[in-house]
Design a protein around this ligand. Sequence first.
Ligand code: ZN
Length: 289
Amino acid sequence: MSEQNDQEAEVVLYEVRGAIALVTMNRPEYHNAQNSRMTYALDAAFRRACDDDEVKVIVLRGAGKHFSAGHDIGTPGRDVNQSFERSSLWYDHVNKPGGEFLYAREQEVYLGMCRRWREMPKPTIAMVQGACIAGGLMLAWVCDLIVASEDSYYADPVVRMGIPGVEYFAHVHELNPRIAKEFLFLGERMPAERAYQMGMLNRVVPRERLEEECLAIAGRIAQMPRLGLQLTKQAVNNAEDLMGKRATMDMVFGLHHFAHVHNELTSGDKLGGYDAKAMASSQRKAAEA
Ligand code: ZN
């Protein structure tokens, strides 16, 4: 698909089936790499689902072969330098100097939005196939349940950029700390089966049954009372925060931005000189070593 088409296409699709809202990332030609256009469209779709009294459960999925290859660090639709109408009270990042540029942007489009989505007052299920990499993990992790296909895989390779993991640092809550270190230090793909054993995934099913299984679970949840579901979600989320999830994320967000600024000072690039292609080829070389 050409750049022109990508700019015109709906980057997020929205559909309601009975009591279930299906929110679909729709940049399959870029493995659903998330640009700001997509995160704002996701935010709008989630708001629509939360506002609709008929919707009881929200399913997040990705069109095509992969759930999400992460944040957009190199497609023609990369829009890191563009302003959008913000969903939080953070000021616009675009005209800000030094470390303030990315700090303001990531407070809004990554940490801020992910936290907002985690706190949606309705149950959410991520339906994951293929790659779920870096920023893709953030979207799966903010959901209450993750239903995945056997061929799905998970990785956070951003330590290669000198950065301690993606902006939504839930690694030590999704995995036990020693496994989280392995996951980050190596940056390698964790197959669905291992992620399931670690408790990161709720179900692993064959690819051809993924949608059916995911919607069946969503349908059963939808039979529960709305307020009961919301209060239960709040109970578990609050318990996680009391275990340090929110405070850990705030602390690591500071380290993350120290790394961005250090990269810029030493290499002139906030990502340490890596774009999507350079990341993929260094991953390949490491795997061959
Ligand atoms: Zn960042």
